[in-house]
Design a protein around this ligand. Structure first.
Ligand SMILES: [Zn+2]
Ligand SMILES: [Zn+2]
Length: 330
């Protein structure tokens, strides 16, 4: 297996593609975005192994985001490779108009509920349209939790881990006697993967993501190969750290409501993250929305129209907390 770092100016930092070329079939896990520079980097790395795009038998897409799927269509056109993606993301990766229209409709409804200003909505519409245009859909084969995919004389086991994206999967494998996982955007080494904005189709995304993290903790992987940046040597520690981070963030969301009084999601986002640019206009309020929604279901906040306020008694509970962490159920 080879990790192929690919540049990415827009999202969570350099992407990784993973090439499995030691078995009967040549398999690529994720492709990077669809930019010409990324294509050249990936083609050069594949050529270093004496192969070309035409030799690729299978492309696995970890989820629908463009920076992971951007070259799937082009490589399939050259090679006829199967493109595998979880059933929840298959229609988006395939570029089906109804699926994209549904996503855009859900985003507009979310923008309205968040109280997102019009100029922010315009920035996001342009970003989404540009990613969509360049992501001409390949023909896809849906996969689901528990499937296995042969690579390099072993197999990748598909583990569905929703939250960041509805169809996000990680892939477990026995490599050199160790249990390792290709975690894509479920577990990243530097940033915490966005929940709530990155895929507005997900119902209660924070709860789903916390469960995914707990699953990573419980699995006790020896190493994680993420969708961006360097390998993670202690995946369980990193997953626990991100769970802690979300409990600290939940406290900050509640503390903001305590100080500001009833307010909408965009106002909470501005209090936590300040001014936002580019894709962060989606990710900031999206993350706040995921927290507010989860806290609403847990009875800690009350939603009235688009405004959230603390539930009765929560201000006293907050005042009694010393470690600035709000325990989240999941
Ligand atoms: Zn992603
Ligand atoms: Zn990503």
């Amino acid at each position: 297996m080879d990790r192929i770092p690919l540049s990415n100016a827009a999202f969570e930092g350099d992407n990784n593609a993973y090439l499995f070329a030691e078995g009967d079939e040549t398999v690529l896990l994720d492709t990077g975005d669809g930019m010409a520079t990324t294509r050249d980097q990936l083609a050069a790395a594949v050529a270093d192994r004496g192969l070309s795009f035409a030799d690729v038998d299978r492309i696995i897409c970890s989820h629908w985001h463009h920076d992971h799927t951007g070259l799937a269509n082009e490589i399939q056109a050259e090679s006829g490779a199967d493109v595998l993606v979880h059933e929840h993301d298959a229609a988006l990766v395939a570029g089906e108009k109804a699926a994209w229209d549904d996503l855009f409709d859900r985003q507009e409804a979310a923008f309205e509920h968040w109280g997102l200003p019009e100029e922010g909505r315009e920035v996001l519409r342009e970003l989404m349209a540009s990613a969509h245009d360049t992501n001409r859909g390949p023909t896809v084969t849906p996969i689901t939790d528990g499937d296995t995919i042969p690579v390099d004389g072993t197999a990748l086991r598909v583990v569905h881990v929703s939250g960041h994206a509805a169809g996000l999967c990680l892939f477990e494998a026995e490599l050199d006697g160790r249990t390792e996982a290709f975690t894509s955007d479920a577990l990243l080494p530097v940033y915490t993967p966005n929940v709530g904005g990155a895929d507005v189709r997900v119902d209660n995304p924070l709860k789903k993501y916390l469960r995914a993290l707990q699953r990573i903790v419980d699995a006790g992987y020896d190493r994680a190969w993420p969708g961006h940046r360097d390998p993670i040597d202690e995946p369980a520690d990193r997953a626990r750290h991100i769970i802690d981070h979300h409990e600290e963030r939940a406290y900050r969301v509640l503390d903001a409501l305590d100080r500001l009084g009833p307010c909408d999601t965009w106002t909470v986002s501005a209090e936590l993250f300040g001014d936002l640019e580019g894709i962060h206009i989606l990710h900031g309020p999206g993350e706040c929305s995921a927290h507010l929604d989860h806290l609403d279901r847990a009875g800690a906040v009350v939603c009235e129209g688009t405004a959230y306020r603390l539930a009765d008694g929560v201000a006293d509970d907050l005042a009694a907390i010393e470690d600035e962490r709000w325990a989240l159920s999941y």
